[in-house]
Design a protein around this ligand. Structure first.
Ligand code: FAD
Length: 388
């Protein structure tokens, strides 16, 4: 470990191979993704997913980590994927669509047919993207209130409705649409998951402007017809299938937030050691150094938590971990926000200037406590597991 840094490779049960993997990722990001190159690849930081970078990472065997070898992947563990997410987020790799792609890969691994796996997992292993659309204008935290509907017609499903906030649909080959195939008295019944190709007739993808640039979309499905084989898993089994993937989704988002938190911390620390006022580095003032001490402690705790939940998932992929996964998502995303906010304060005016990346980290962190279940919803889940 370099003197004066926080060792993110610390022995949290990582194998030698995993430590080497982290080193290789860090080396790639340091070498290939300097500030000027990153600006170029992201069109001035407006588009945080670069397809060439995704393909390059696929060639290195990294994009298909959780995809079995028979479908073109490298057959790694969920813990390996979590290391990849943390390290590439820390290195600011422009593969913004990867997190959501990995969420859909999880659903495909669990419920996909042989044909679906061969086609869609194969595309991802080659650097492609997938998206998932649950949210709607009237169905946010209350996902089960969704109304988008699909009816069977001559061997096809025909979909009608509106979806909100579908991240990276514009870069995905297919969007997994969560929709209603039957109306019942229970909102949790009659839901299904259906793959729709991005270029399907009747699908309109409209960008939503956000603080994060070009990332998310509104979708309109106006009589979109897809063959019955586009159904993922069982008709009517959508809610159970969604629940089966929630642990993975929360840990994926937690790992991304952890990487961003670490990057904000690292940049602020480097700055505080360099920047001098009153004849000394600003980091030597106790008001600043204690902030770093607290953040370093929290980073170490959150890293243990995230890696622990990933390991539990590897030990038993079918085990539901609502308490643990929600704790990881809550703690990690709230920490990313704090690291970026503190980082900005520690850097003074330079933290606020767009010339430095701290304001970008802050914008990136703000959304993490909102998507994939807000912090309030994670607290509700944790409280419920405590019998409250
Ligand atoms: C950039 C971005 C990307 C996204 N990507 C995707 C995607 O790819 N696919 C997808 O399906 N969705 C996506 N989402 C949607 C995201 O998951 C929702 O925004 C989120 O679940 C919250 O829903 P909402 O925005 O409608 O807020 P609301 O549900 O309307 O909540 C508003 C406020 O009320 C609080 N609240 C709501 N219910 C409760 C409760 N029971 N107890 C306490 N507080 C409560 C919330 O915490 C929040 O503070 C994305 C959102 C954003 C902003």
């Amino acid at each position: 470990m370099a003197a004066g840094a926080l060792d993110t490779r610390a022995d949290t049960g990582l194998s030698e191979e995993q430590r080497d993997f982290v080193d290789a990722l860090r080396d790639y990001c340091d070498r290939e993704l300097g500030p000027d190159r990153l600006r170029e690849l992201t069109d001035g930081f407006g588009d945080l997913h670069n397809e060439d970078t995704a393909r390059q990472m696929a060639e290195l065997g990294w994009y298909g980590i959780t995809i079995p070898e028979e479908y073109g992947g490298s057959g790694g563990t969920f813990s390996d994927a979590v290391l990849f997410l943390e390290e590439t987020a820390r290195g600011q790799a422009p593969i913004g669509a990867y997190g959501v792609t990995l969420i859909v890969v999880g659903a495909l691994n669990r419920f996909g047919t042989e044909d679906q796996k061969r086609d869609l997992l194969g595309r991802v292993a080659a650097g492609g993207g997938l998206a998932i659309a649950m949210s709607e204008p009237e169905a946010g935290s209350d996902v089960a209130a969704l109304k988008c509907a699909a009816r069977r017609e001559n061997g096809s499903y025909v979909l009608e409705g509106t979806k909100m906030w579908c991240s990276y649909a514009h870069k995905a080959s297919h969007v997994l649409i969560v929709c209603r195939t039957e109306r019942t008295d229970s909102p949790h019944e009659g839901l299904s998951m259906i793959f729709v190709p991005r270029d399907a007739e009747g699908l309109t993808i409209t960008p939503i402007d956000t603080l994060g640039g070009r990332e998310t979309n509104e979708l309109h499905l106006d009589g979109v017809a897809v063959p019955e084989e586009a159904l993922l898993g069982h008709e009517g089994g959508g809610w159970t299938q969604l629940m089966a993937g929630l642990n993975n989704e929360r840990v994926i988002l937690a790992a991304l937030a952890l990487g961003l938190a670490q990057r904000a911390f690292d940049d602020a620390l480097a700055y505080a050691k360099e920047r001098r006022q009153f004849g000394r580095p600003v980091g030597s003032f106790q008001a600043i150094s204690h902030r770093f001490a607290d953040l370093a402690t929290d980073l170490a705790q959150v890293r243990l938590l995230v890696r622990w939940v990933a390991r539990l998932t590897d030990e038993d992929p079918d085990r539901m971990l609502p308490q643990e996964a929600s704790m990881a998502k809550l703690a990690s995303t709230e920490l990313a926000k704090r690291c970026a906010l503190e980082g900005m304060q520690i850097m003074g005016g330079y933290g606020y200037a767009t010339e430095y990346p701290m304001e970008r980290y802050l914008r990136g962190a703000l959304v993490q406590t909102i998507f994939g279940g807000t912090s309030e919803i994670q607290r509700n889940i944790i409280a419920k597991t405590l019998g409250l």
